[in-house]
Design a protein. Structure first.
Length: 149
């Protein structure tokens, strides 16, 4: 991606920002490397680009069925990802891929990443009754602690 961006810049293509779709999952987040992600964001910033995190959600396909345990895992992913991302001042925007678990895309029958146990997913900041979940608290805390832009 960096080579692609460098090539665009060399050809005079105006690029001011890069958006990173942020569909995360609890089961694959064990492979997340904080340093690699931070270095990538810094490489984008070093090119003078603004960074936008878009479509942020945390799929819980393989997380425990127990809702309190599952919600803690989802919140942990939000926190760790945003802690790393928001440490870089070039990251200026975070856009959630929905707010409530009432109708998340992850529960769609077309989505092949839905829970295999048939339980509804809980990928967002508020539950289906619009009550804030641990993910909401995690995101709020990270945003409050992030360096000012």
């Amino acid at each position: 991606m960096l080579e692609l961006l460098d090539g665009f810049k060399k050809r005079g293509v105006p690029i001011d920002a890069v958006g990173i779709q942020s569909h995360l999952t609890t089961d694959s987040f064990g492979k997340f490397n904080d340093k690699v992600f931070a270095d990538f964001l810094q490489a984008l910033a070093d090119r003078g680009l603004t960074i936008l995190l878009s479509e942020l959600d945390v799929g819980d396909r393989e997380a425990p069925a127990d809702i309190p345990r599952r919600d803690v895992e989802v919140a942990r992913v939000y926190r760790r990802y945003l802690d790393v991302a928001l440490a870089n001042k070039a990251v200026t925007t975070v856009v959630s891929w929905g707010l409530t678990d009432r109708e998340p895309w992850t529960n769609s029958s077309e989505n092949r990443n839905h829970r295999t146990d048939g339980l509804p997913g809980r990928p967002l900041l508020f539950d289906a009754e619009y009550r804030p979940k641990p993910a909401y608290a995690a995101v709020a805390e990270v945003l409050s602690a992030a360096p000012q832009r």
